[in-house]
Every structure is written in structure tokens, then in C-alpha cells.
Design a protein around this ligand. Structure first.
Ligand code: ADP
Length: 414
């Protein structure tokens, strides 16, 4: 089955075509036919595409919205220039899987999309006003351009965390606010945490129920999850993806009284402050330079800039603190897993995070750690009490597999 995987953002459309089916899932032999992204939709968009064999292509195209983006993508896919011979007609795309950010309390696993599901995703717009509407636009664009007969599946960022118990998801606010407005912690990056947990137990040859790990997704957005018995029991992101760890441009945790103080002192609206916490804070806010960890690390090496150092130190300290919190919440873990752009590719940051966790049995092997970039490996000292792993994430693969499972009516084991 050729599955088109779509991740529709406010001004971007990320896509992959993955060939997979029940046998390929079982044998772990799914095949990625192409991947790419359209950035800056709304004007002259930048399109990057990569196929199995050909070189990476980058070009620009005027793309006014998601519909136009999908139209452009489909025309490219079926054309001779695409380098994806498996897709000659639209009928060669047998299903479409969407990343949907917020499934609220309604969606506990991936689902085949029908009008009822669309209404359910619409109901969650309140909870994710920036994301769910664009995800829905992607779903409608597929209906318009590929047709209603092509099955579509929604895979929710929040679904994996629906097993978190009440004591971990409720805020200590007046309870009626939860009842009235569904204000609670939901957690995000669920597909990534679930995927690396699956890879970990596959590598170790253990059962899902025996999987007790802390997964650290450190990318532009960052989150930590406690997984006990293969299920998420706590996570660092909350009602929105703003809570928890320090991120590229997001503050993570802070004293809520600061919001009013900033609004008053700086003459800002509540929305203005929230937007600052989302887009001007985190690594960018502290360093005053960039949200890009790679650039920060180079800058630290070349100039030893004080604020750059602080940004990296605060980022690493918060991550370490959350590992401790997750250990306590789940009653001890068997391993720590790093994933995401930073988690997979930045050995120095992993080392900084792990320094100070020796009490818990963490001992990083410097050579193994430095040699591990973008590949699955154990980076702890042989025989250390709490092993540390790097496991590259692949949310698109999990979306493709869930899509196949939903279309064929199979259970969701991973
Ligand atoms: P997103 O959350 O948008 O999917 P990624 O998971 O790709 O983002 O992570 C992006 C982050 O990973 C950026 O801060 C980037 O600098 C960082 N990163 C990627 N490669 C490296 C590297 N080799 N060294 C340090 N940081 C890296």
C-alpha cells in the first residue's frame, strides 16, 4: 500500500510517501519512496524533495494555500520528473495518513476519518487553535483533490498520552475549569515517544508490558515522557506544547504570575505575552541569538559567549531535572532514550544532561556518545545501572503504519 503521509502546518506542508503493508510492518521492511516539505506557503514557497535514488531537489513555486500545495505535490508526484515510479496515477496512492495535533480526550488512538471524526477534530479546535484548523485543511484538501473514496487516517500527537492518570494530568485549579473548558494536561509528541519506545523494545527483544523508560524528545519542541509498562504515565508538555522543558523558542515551565507582570510592565496584551513565550523565548530568548542548537554550540566553541553558554546550561539543566521527576513519577526506569534533532545529533548536550545523574546509575561512555549521531546506539558505559540510548525518531513511519492498520481494521500493537 502506498501511503501519503501529510503534516499540514500553518505555512508548511511536510509529506512522505511510504510503501507498507501488514507483511512489511511485521518484517520491518517498509519503504520510503519520497519525502519533502513546502515551507512559506502563502507566497513563493520553498519546496524540497528527496527520493529513494535521486539527489535532493530544492526549488521555489508560488503556492497560496494548503490546497494549492497539495495540488502541486500531487502533480509533481505523478509526473516523470518526480523519480517516484511507484506513483503514476492518483489511484496509486491507496491511503493518506495525517498528523493531527490535538485529539483531546476523545481520540485515544488513530482513526479512519469520516464526518464524525472531522467533527471531533473540530471540537478540539479550542484546545489547539493554531494547529487543528490547518490539519483539517489538509484533510479537506485530500477529499477535494484525491477524492472521498481514498481512505484517510488521523494520527494524534496526544493519543499516546491518554493513558496518563488523573493525578498527573489535572492542574491544581478550581475543578470546574476542567469540567467547563477541559483545562488539563494532554501532552504532545506522542507519536515520537511511542515510536522510540517501540524501537527500544524491538532492539531489546522485550514485551511492551516490560518497557519502562524515559523518552526525551529534544528537537525544536522538547518533551520528556515517563513510559511504564509500555504506556505513557506522565509527560512534560501540558494543556499546550508550551509547558515543560526549555525549547528552541518556547519558555517551558514558569511561574504563571509572570504573565500578568510582563503584561503590566511591558504594556502587552495576554495574547502578546503568550506569543512571546511561544516564539521569542527558550534558547532564542536567553541567547538573544538563535533557536538553533547547532549554531549555539558553534558559537560557544568559537566565542564562549556568556548568554549562549547560559542558554545551553539552562536547557540541559531543565532536561536533567525532568529526568529526575519522571524517574520519581514512574518509580524508576530501565533506560533513558534520547531522540529528536538535538537528542539524536548533539553528543555534548546529551553529556551535559546526563552529568549529575550518576546517583541514578547513569554513566555515559564518552567515545560511544561522541560517535553516535543520527543512529540507534547505546551510549552508556557497559554494565551501567541505568542505560542511555539514542534512538532516531520516525513519526511518519508510525503514521503510515497506523494508516495501514486502520484501513485494514487491524489492532494497534505499537
Ligand atoms: P522539529 O522539532 O522541528 O522536528 P528537529 O527534531 O529537526 O526539529 O530538531 C531541530 C533542532 O535540532 C535544532 O535546534 C537543531 O539545531 C538541532 N540539531 C540538528 N542537528 C544537530 C547537530 N548536528 N548538532 C546540534 N544540534 C543539532
Amino acid at each position: 500500500m502506498n501511503v501519503l503521509v501529510l503534516n499540514a502546518g500553518s505555512s508548511s506542508l511536510k509529506f512522505q510517501v511510504i510503501s507498507t503493508d501488514q507483511d512489511r510492518i511485521r518484517q520491518d521492511t517498509d519503504e520510503r519512496l519520497c519525502r519533502g516539505a513546502m515551507e512559506r506557503i502563502g507566497g513563493e514557497a520553498i519546496v524540497t524533495v528527496e527520493t529513494k535514488s535521486g539527489p535532493r531537489q530544492k526549488f521555489t513555486a508560488p503556492i497560496k494555500d494548503i490546497n494549492a500545495g497539495l495540488d502541486y505535490l500531487l502533480r509533481w508526484l505523478v509526473s516523470d520528473q518526480s523519480g517516484v515510479p511507484e506513483v503514476r496515477n492518483l489511484s496509486d496512492i491507496q491511503a493518506v495518513g495525517h498528523r493531527v495535533v490535538h485529539g483531546g480526550e476523545v481520540f485515544q488512538e488513530s482513526v479512519l476519518i469520516d464526518d464524525k471524526v472531522i467533527a471531533g477534530i473540530e471540537e478540539c479546535i479550542d484546545l489547539a487553535p493554531l494547529h487543528n484548523p490547518t490539519n483539517l485543511r489538509g484533510i479537506r484538501a485530500v477529499r477535494d483533490l484525491i477524492g472521498r473514496d481514498t481512505p484517510q487516517v488521523a494520527v494524534f500527537d496526544t493519543a499516546f498520552h491518554t493513558t496518563i492518570p488523573e493525578q498527573a494530568y489535572l492542574y491544581a485549579l478550581p475543578y470546574h475549569l476542567y469540567r467547563r473548558h477541559r483545562i488539563r494536561r494532554y501532552g504532545f509528541h506522542g507519536t515520537s515517544h511511542r515510536y522510540v519506545a517501540y524501537r527500544y523494545r524491538l532492539s531489546r527483544g522485550i514485551a511492551r508490558e516490560a518497557t519502562n523508560i524515559i523518552t526525551m524528545h529534544l528537537g525544536n519542541g522538547c518533551s520528556a515522557t515517563a513510559i511504564r509498562g509500555g504506556r505513557s504515565v506522565d509527560t512534560s508538555m501540558g494543556m499546550t506544547p508550551l509547558e515543560g522543558l526549555v525549547m528552541g523558542t518556547r519558555s517551558g515551565d514558569l511561574d504563571p504570575a509572570i504573565l500578568t507582570l510582563i503584561a503590566t510592565k511591558e504594556g502587552m496584551t495576554a495574547h502578546g505575552v503568550e506569543s512571546m513565550l511561544l516564539t521569542q523565548s527558550g534558547l532564542l530568548g536567553i541567547s538573544g541569538l538563535t533557536n538553533d542548537m547547532r549554531v549555539l554550540q558553534e558559537e560557544l566553541k568559537d566565542h564562549d559567549d556568556r548568554r549562549v553558554r547560559l542558554a545551553i546550561e539552562i536547557f540541559s539543566y531543565r532536561a536533567r531535572k525532568y529526568i529526575g521527576a519522571m524517574m520519581a513519577s514512574m518509580g524508576g526506569a530501565d533506560a533513558i532514550i534520547f531522540t529528536g534533532g538535538i537528542g539524536e545529533n548533539a553528543p555534548d548536550i546529551r553529556a551535559r544532561i546526563c552529568t549529575g545523574l550518576e546517583w541514578a546509575g547513569v554513566q555515559i561512555d564518552d567515545v560511544r556518545n561522541q560517535q553516535t549521531r543520527g543512529k540507534l546506539a547505546e551510549i552508556g558505559v557497559e554494565g551501567s545501572k541505568l542505560p542511555v540510548w539514542v534512538i532516531p525518531t520516525d513519526e511518519e513511519l508510525l503514521i503510515a503504519r497506523d494508516t495501514v492498520r486502520c484501513v485494514l481494521g487491524l489492532p494497534h500493537p505499537a
